[in-house]
Design a protein around this ligand. Structure first.
Ligand SMILES: Cc1ncc(COP(=O)(O)O)c(C=O)c1O
Length: 397
């Protein structure tokens, strides 16, 4: 690695885009709009969303995939499918996006936080059973940063206690657990296609996957105002050819997003490989540096490096993590990001009685961790600049 860089000569803010978008997406989207203009065709989800669902289901090896407007919504719909309500409890990790927990609270269920493992930052299966009560209905593992959780152990516990498993796979399209793609391991899996994720559907979007036919039918109803369409075509001329069977809202994906998603899905493996290549290059170089611990990778899984998280050891380095971040940002135009503040520390949880200290490992990891920007479109020079800056701030160049 050459280090012929000047401070601040390259700017590496946290990438607003997690994937690579190009001419193919532009053409796919333009075609949908053109067709709509020429044939007065509707733009809401149609044939292309259906094709995207089919191809995504095949990709993750699930029987059904239902496209929705976000992963937050996918989680909300999942809770409704399972019939979760007031008085029910659900096991969740604390180091996640708030929606893993708030999607439950929205329907009256209570998230119960279980601490994480120090190496993978994923939920610690060995701490789940002590939090299970007669009110527990489900476990929501989150595949943090792109690394799948210890699913066999989680499924075993779920089976023993008759609990559902809903996977938050916002970070893990394309990831594998023991050779099996994430998407059909638990009862339901929720994906995000928001702009920073490993693939996107024009900035927002999500997918629910499942092997359960009943769950898939419910998901379709819940993503569209609780509407159940009559399939009897003979009655199609009638003004009312549907019933409303649940209270819900409009969580549909548009046709333009479906077209975009189809192109992104084709690119996903290539983008994942690039993410992994960059991650391994960073790890190879960072592991020689005192005070920085690169991410651990469980040998049983395929990590898709949505986030490249390191641990910063203040005592070894001699100054604070905040100082490190400040220097990277002000002197080198590099913006790290921290995922996540244990969510129970947010006001909305504190007001509901959750206490600091509930998950000590997650709180300790939060103090030490920081995500270095990792974008699959970075050039080698940009990646080397990132390493140069990290080393220089730590006095290692
Ligand atoms: C772990 C996790 N779950 C859920 C979500 C929510 O995804 P969306 O923005 O698609 O609603 C995110 C998004 O940041 C996430 O990282």
């Amino acid at each position: 690695m050459k280090s012929n860089f000047k401070k601040g000569e390259i700017s590496l803010p946290w990438p607003g885009l997690g994937t690579i978008v190009g001419q193919e997406e532009l053409e796919a989207v333009t075609d949908v709009i053109k067709e709509s203009i020429e044939k007065r065709k509707e733009l809401k989800g149609g044939k292309l969303v259906e094709r995207f669902e089919k191809e995504f289901a095949q990709y993750v090896d699930a029987k059904y995939a239902i496209a929705v407007s976000s992963c937050g919504v996918a989680l909300l719909i999942s809770g409704k499918i399972l019939g979760l309500k007031e008085g029910n409890e659900v096991i969740v990790p604390p180091n996640t996006h708030v929606s893993t927990a708030t999607s439950l609270m929205e329907i009256g269920a209570k998230p119960i936080f279980v601490d994480i493992k120090k190496n993978t930052f994923n939920i610690d299966p060995e701490k789940i059973e002590e939090k299970i009560s007669s009110r527990t209905k489900a476990i929501y593992p989150v595949h943090y940063a792109g690394q799948p959780c210890d699913m066999n152990r989680i499924l075993e516990i779920a089976k023993k206690h008759s609990l559902y498993v809903v996977e938050d796979a916002a970070h893990t399209p394309g990831a594998e657990y023991k050779g099996k793609r994430v998407g059909s391991i638990g009862d339901i899996t929720c994906f995000s296609f928001q702009t920073q994720k490993n693939m996107t559907t024009l900035g927002e979007g999500g997918m629910i996957t499942t092997n359960n036919k009943d769950f898939a039918e419910k998901a379709k109803i819940l993503r569209s105002f609780g509407v159940k369409k009559y399939t009897n075509q003979e009655n199609y001329w009638q003004p009312w050819h549907y019933d409303v069977v649940a209270i819900s809202n409009n969580f549909r994906m548009t046709e333009v997003q479906g077209a975009f998603g189809l192109v992104q899905l084709k690119k996903l493996d290539r983008i994942t490989e690039r993410r992994r290549e960059i991650a391994y290059y960073l790890t190879k170089n960072l592991k020689k540096i005192k005070g920085i611990i690169p991410p651990y990778e469980n040998p049983d899984i395929k990590h898709v490096y949505h986030i490249y998280n390191v641990l910063f050891k203040e005592k070894e380095v001699g100054f604070s993590k905040d100082k490190f971040i400040e220097k990277l940002y002000h002197d080198y135009k590099i913006k790290p990001i921290i995922h996540y503040l244990p969510v129970y520390l947010f006001t909305v949880f504190q007001e509901r009685g959750y206490k600091k200290g509930e998950c000590p490992v997650a709180e300790e990891v939060f103090k030490e961790s920081l995500g270095l920007p990792l974008y699959p479109g970075y050039s080698q020079r940009e990646i080397d600049y990132l390493l140069f800056a990290v080393k220089e701030v730590l006095g290692n160049n």
